[in-house]
Design a protein around this ligand. Structure first.
Ligand SMILES: Nc1ncnc2c1ncn2[C@@H]1O[C@H](COP(=O)(O)OP(=O)(O)OP(=O)(O)O)[C@@H](O)[C@H]1O
Ligand SMILES: [Mg+2]
Length: 351
């Protein structure tokens, strides 16, 4: 069974999508079979992988016969169609044969309200019993079709019912952050939201009506793999503390609030698992500085920031050499991050 890893933070713009793409690529480069699932109605990951310049290409993809995106995959459950949920036909990722994309759809947002009702009622209404387990079922069918080892879930920046479901039905999760005031606040709110979500999923797992559904609600408790801190500034100017002091505040919030809350709710692996994988929770699993020019090239060529060719870098001489050195550094960081994830997910099953 594929291991499902959610990338979650309700704070926007913390590099969830960028990390999903690059980390997925690195796991694939290490021989793992990866599905990138775009579960954000903004569809940024889909745009990043497929490099669509305009809406027309995406429209053509959506209109082609068959199930090509997550929304259409879930439609049988959400629109009470008599057809069963079947695997999504994923899109290839050019240059990385071990990875495919499950495209997103803006219409996924239309299912928020219905899923919210289904989850609030937690299985007291038979007509809604198939919804809470439907996303997991779709993921499992698709992972089986592609023989995937990992399914990386890119999420929207929200605390809505779809994210509640995606996170609580994952085996593991990563929390990407930025060293700023809002990420510090987000850590605090995660420490209070995640225990509530866990209380909900625990209750849902005990409902017979959900266990007996066509798409049963899965019996998993998601475990934190770690945090990812991207050290760059989206907007410059204005008074700001030095990055390091925000990194320190994030670390303190994670240590003093998030981790105790997760521990109390069985959402951590055993402490020795983190030590064994070289991924102690008091440090970010992955910490990176600004990608600078690499991000533009990466987006232009739909290639990871650590694996651009000289031609794609479009530079010469000492400038090219300097960029290649920085790219090599990012490659090392992503490689170490991927190894930690492989170690953590091998260590103990989160299921
Ligand atoms: N290390 C980095 N250096 C420079 N720019 C970066 C870095 N990581 C991400 N970015 C840029 O920051 C922006 C936000 O990143 P991204 O879209 O991955 O965030 P997100 O958390 O997925 O956002 P959202 O919450 O809207 O889904 C993008 O323009 C991306 O190219
Ligand atoms: Mg995103």
């Amino acid at each position: 069974m594929a291991i499902r890893i959610a990338l979650f933070n309700h704070k926007g713009g913390v590099a969830k999508t960028t990390t999903a793409f690059n980390l997925g690529w690195m796991l694939a480069a290490k021989g793992k079979r990866v599905i990138l699932a775009d579960c954000d109605p903004q569809c940024n990951l889909t745009g990043m992988v497929l490099g669509f310049r305009g809406a027309t290409d995406l429209e053509a993809l959506y209109k082609s016969p068959g199930v090509h995106n997550i929304r259409d995959g879930l439609a049988p459950a959400f629109e009470s169609r008599p057809a069963p949920i079947v695997a999504v036909k994923c899109q290839p990722v050019v240059g990385q044969p071990n990875m495919v994309l499950m495209p997103g759809h803006i219409g996924l947002a239309e299912y928020e309200v219905t899923l919210g009702i289904a989850q609030e009622l937690s299985g007291t209404l038979v007509t809604l019993q198939n919804l809470p387990g439907s996303i997991t079922f779709l993921f499992e069918e698709t992972a089986r079709k592609y023989n995937a080892d990992y399914l990386l879930i890119d999420m929207s920046p929200s605390l809505g019912p779809v994210n509640q479901n995606l996170l609580m039905t994952s085996h593991y999760f990563l929390v990407p952050m930025m060293p700023d005031y809002f990420s510090v606040m987000a850590t605090d709110s995660l420490a209070s939201v995640l225990p509530r979500w866990r209380a909900w999923s625990k209750k849902a797992q005990q409902q017979l009506i959900l266990q007996n559904a066509t798409y049963p609600f899965p019996n998993v408790t998601p475990k934190l793999l770690g945090t990812i801190v991207q050290n760059y500034r989206l907007r410059s100017g204005g008074p700001s503390k030095a990055f390091q002091s925000w990194v320190d505040e994030i670390k303190a919030g994670v240590r003093d609030k998030l981790i105790p809350a997760l521990r109390a709710n069985n959402m951590l692996l055993p402490p020795e698992a983190y030590a064994r994988a070289g991924a102690p929770l008091d440090k970010p699993l992955l910490q990176m500085s600004a990608y600078n020019g690499l991000i533009v090239r990466s987006q232009k060529y739909q290639a990871p920031i650590f694996d651009l060719t000289d031609a794609q870098l479009e530079q010469k001489g000492v400038v090219l050499e300097r960029t290649k050195k920085s790219m090599k550094n990012f490659r090392r960081l992503y490689s170490e991050g991927a190894d930690k994830i492989i170690g953590l997910t091998n260590n103990a099953s989160g299921t």
